[in-house]
Design a protein around this ligand. Structure first.
Ligand code: CTP
Ligand code: MG
Length: 191
């Protein structure tokens, strides 16, 4: 019995700490999307222009206001993390840096834009669901940008267990937040 309790603990605690670490790393990348949905609107990033295929470059769902407020909110959330970790000495959590929070926040919405570009090329209308891409665009965008600008942080922070956890956690949070946004009337579709 005692042996069972010890093994359960030794299993659950690392699992929870990996989950917490994965979430902590992704906060600056998770915040921009919902904030863009909340604050977006106005001039579209593609200025209403079409691509050579006659379809919109990105579409009305990608606006300067959404991009600016989204990125700023992601950076603000990251700055709060840096402050909290420094003030309370949370050394058990992965370390965010000034560079990492900017790259994660900007990369998340860059990935979102890249996805919309491909989505339009595939003839999918704004807001139409595209499974996998809709859920992982922010992860791909954030990590690719990190690979370019701060690979040392990426490889030191994103271990294999953390990566797997991020890949499981992201679509779950994405779905939950989008359903919430849909119910609040912020999002037109629950995805
Ligand atoms: N949004 C924005 N600017 C961005 C990203 C998002 O204004 N750079 C806002 C838009 O109002 C958008 C909403 O957030 O409609 C939800 O974002 P998302 O689901 O990514 O856009 P969709 O409307 O689904 O468009 P797409 O099909 O191109 O993904
Ligand atoms: Mg969408």
């Amino acid at each position: 019995m005692e042996c069972y309790i010890i093994s359960a603990e030794s299993f659950i605690i690392p699992l929870l700490s990996t989950l917490l670490a994965a979430f902590w790393i992704m906060v600056p990348a998770y915040v921009p999307n919902p904030v863009a949905a909340l604050c977006g609107g106005g001039t579209p990033i593609d200025f209403d222009r079409n691509y050579s295929d006659g379809r919109r470059l990105l579409g009305d769902g990608k606006t300067y206001r959404g991009l600016a407020f989204g990125v700023l909110a992601g950076i603000a959330a990251g700055a709060l993390q840096i402050w909290l970790a420094g003030t309370y000495g949370w050394t058990f959590l992965p370390q965010q840096t000034a560079a990492s929070i900017v790259i994660l926040a900007f990369g998340a919405l860059l990935g979102d834009m890249a996805k919309s570009f491909v989505k339009r090329r595939l003839g999918k209308d704004r807001g139409q669901s595209w499974l996998i891409a809709d859920q992982y665009d922010l992860v791909a965008g954030a990590f690719i940008l990190m690979l370019v600008f701060d690979p040392a942080w990426l490889f030191a922070t994103i271990t294999l267990p953390i990566l797997i956890t991020i890949l499981i956690l992201t679509p779950i949070l994405h779905r939950a937040v989008n359903i919430l946004g849909f119910l609040c009337g912020v999002k037109k579709e629950p995805w």
